[in-house]
Design a protein around this ligand. Sequence first.
Ligand code: NAP
Length: 308
Amino acid sequence: MNPSAFDVVIIGAGGAGLTAAIYTARANLSTLILEKMVPGGQIVSTELVENYPGFQDGIMGAEIAQRMEAQAARYGARLDSGEVNRIFRQDGHFQIEAGGERYQARAVILAMGASFRTLGVPNEKEFTGKGVSYCATCDGAFFRGKELVVVGGGDSALQEGIFLTKFAAKVSIVHRRDKLRASPILQERALENPKIRFIWDTVIDKIEGAGKVESVLLRNVKTQALETFGTGGVFIFIGHEPNSGIAKGFVATDDHGYVIAETGYRTSVPGVFAAGEIRKGAVHQLVSACGEGCGAALALQAYLESSN
Ligand code: NAP
């Protein structure tokens, strides 16, 4: 076997990819995981994970990611850093190009997950890292004593908004409706937090400042009234988009770019499986990403056995 040839190449080292690797490596399949950023995926930017079974006091996101990585390595999975540019089939094998290297695989698991959605308003890009952030765990401590704006009405906005009250003097959660999407337990915690206030039926039209965030231009969507609202930072938590760029055109995807693999984690291409948040219909939870990684690994083993 050539040194860059593997039974399985897993693209993405989040909860789904790392769990898949634990299963394929333990099944004695030579396994390579390719990751363009740090292993762990979205969980790395979550401070405390409170709903992963077995950890009744919660576990730090970074710690569980490290443990999963070590567990995959312990069974022989190799983790390489590199961004996959292309995947195609040639000579009966899958060819994966990443960081100037070419890898070959008998089967592939797509586990690239999803990335945060951006607002797309003026100055958002320019001020990213200068007051605009998508990660409270990464950046919260830089905003000690400041008044902050959080955008969104889902679990992420509320969980991260609550986390930010550890540092901020005040957190204003701007939501485009007057009803939250977040789970009742987080709603309760946010509503009773004295440092949090909600600004309902409102969107941000523009982020403003001289070199860094100083204010946002708010618009009430019901009255169209505009207000300049002073803030030291804007944290944006408005959902995610699938990281499916390299998969598009290779396997079937839906209108939003999610990979279609609704039966047995099988994509439209035999030998290619999808697991975790990249997959249409997946639930955005660490425990389900791990479950999907396991399911895809078992489906892949059955595929390789039947194609031998
Ligand atoms: P989400 O549930 O999709 O919520 C996104 C929020 O952003 C919604 O309130 C949405 O408003 C708003 N939004 C979307 N696009 C917007 C735009 N362009 N401008 C302004 N607001 C916009 O996303 P999420 O909160 O990241 O959560 C994703 C998934 O992860 C969910 O399934 C959630 O349960 C899960 N999650 C769970 C936990 C936990 O269990 N503790 C923590 C984090 C995330 P509308 O409500 O009007 O659509």
